[in-house]
Write a protein that binds this ligand. Structure first.
Ligand SMILES: [Zn+2]
Length: 86
């Protein structure tokens, strides 16, 4: 549960220039100290990352993030009795 201060999620990625291992910390997601790899990031966090720029700590390259997918699959599923749409 996204409680409060000091909590964040971490996305691990590599610098596209020098391949240094880097981390992006964000409060955009569930903020339960989850760790993600850059190829599998929750949408809320991906949105946040796409608005951010970071610098590589090793080669000082400026890095931005892109989502290469403008459309995502959705899946119809049966709602259970008594389950309201939220
Ligand atoms: Zn680098």
């Amino acid at each position: 549960m996204g409680t409060d201060m000091g909590c964040y999620d971490t996305v691990h990625f590599r610098c596209p220039v020098c391949d240094e291992r880097l981390e992006f910390q964000t409060k955009a997601g569930a903020c339960d100290l989850s760790e993600y790899r850059s190829h599998s990031v929750p949408l809320a966090i991906a949105d946040c990352m796409c608005e951010a720029t970071v610098s590589c700590t090793a080669c000082v390259a400026k890095i931005r993030f892109r989502v290469n997918q403008k459309r995502v699959p959705v899946f119809p599923e049966l709602m259970h009795p008594g389950e309201d749409a939220d």
